[in-house]
Ligand binder design. Sequence first.
Ligand SMILES: NC(=O)c1ccc[n+]([C@@H]2O[C@H](COP(=O)([O-])OP(=O)(O)OC[C@H]3O[C@@H](n4cnc5c(N)ncnc54)[C@H](OP(=O)(O)O)[C@@H]3O)[C@@H](O)[C@H]2O)c1
Length: 230
Amino acid sequence: MAERPYVLLSCSMSIDGYLSGPTERRLLLSNDADFDRVDAVRAAHDAILVGATTIRYDNPRLLIRSQARRDERIARGLPPSPIKVTVTGGADLDAEAAFFTAGDAEKIIYCASGAVGVASAKLGKVATVVDAGHPVDLRRMTEDLYARGVRRLMVEGGGTMHTQFLTADLADELHLVVAPFFVGDSRGRRFVTDGRFPFNPERRATLAEVRQIGDVVLMRYALSPRFADC
Ligand SMILES: NC(=O)c1ccc[n+]([C@@H]2O[C@H](COP(=O)([O-])OP(=O)(O)OC[C@H]3O[C@@H](n4cnc5c(N)ncnc54)[C@H](OP(=O)(O)O)[C@@H]3O)[C@@H](O)[C@H]2O)c1
C-alpha cells in the first residue's frame, strides 16, 4: 500500500456534540487561548483540509495567525502557512472565497470526476484541481498528498470529513475540544454522522491527554500506532 501522511483530526463541539447551530452562521466553540493552540498545531502541519461546505458556510482563511510561527516556518524552509486542501463533489465553490484568496499557500481541490471540468473552468486559476474519483476516494487523496510532499495533514472538519477519515481508518490522532454550552437543535451538524467506526465498545480508542484551556477542555486521542512516533 502507498504511503500516506500522518492525519490529525481537529474539532470543537458543544457539550451535546454539535459543530454548528441550525443556521449557516458560524458557531464559535473555542476561546482565544484555544484558537492560539490550534494556530500552533496548524503551524506544525504541511497541509490543512476542510470540506467544501465549511468553505461555503464559514469562509475560513486557514492561515497561520502568529507572525512568530510564520517566521519559524520560513526559517525551516517552509511556506509561511500550510497548503490548503478541500474536497468537493459538485465544485460549487466561489473563487473569491478566503480559502482561495487569503495568503500565498498552494491550494488543492480534490474533485469528483464528474465535476472536474466545471472545477477547472471556475477555479483552475486559483487552485490545482485533481480528479479524485467518484465520490472522492480519501485514501487515494491522502496518498496523492504524500506524493506531493505532505507528511502531516490536519483535518479541520466539517463532520462529513471527520466521519470519512474515521470510518476509512485514515486518522492517526484526534483533538476534540468541548465548549461549555449546548446547541440543542438537531438541525445543527454533529461531529460525525452515522458510520462504522474503528472504535466502539469492543475496541476503545486511547485517551492520550486531557487539558483544560480556560472554559473548554481538549481531549487528545491516539487512533493509530503511529501516534507514539510523532
Ligand atoms: N466546530 C468545528 O470544529 C468545525 C470545523 C469545521 C466546520 N464546522 C461546521 O461544520 C459544518 C459543515 O460540515 P459538513 O459536514 O456539513 O460539511 P463539510 O465536511 O465541511 O463538507 C462536506 C462537503 O465536502 C464535499 N465532500 C466530502 N466528502 C466528499 C467525497 N468523498 N467526495 C466528494 N465530495 C466530498 C462535498 O462537497 P460538495 O457539496 O461541494 O459536493 C460535501 O457536501 C458547518 O456548519 C461548519 O460551520 C465546524
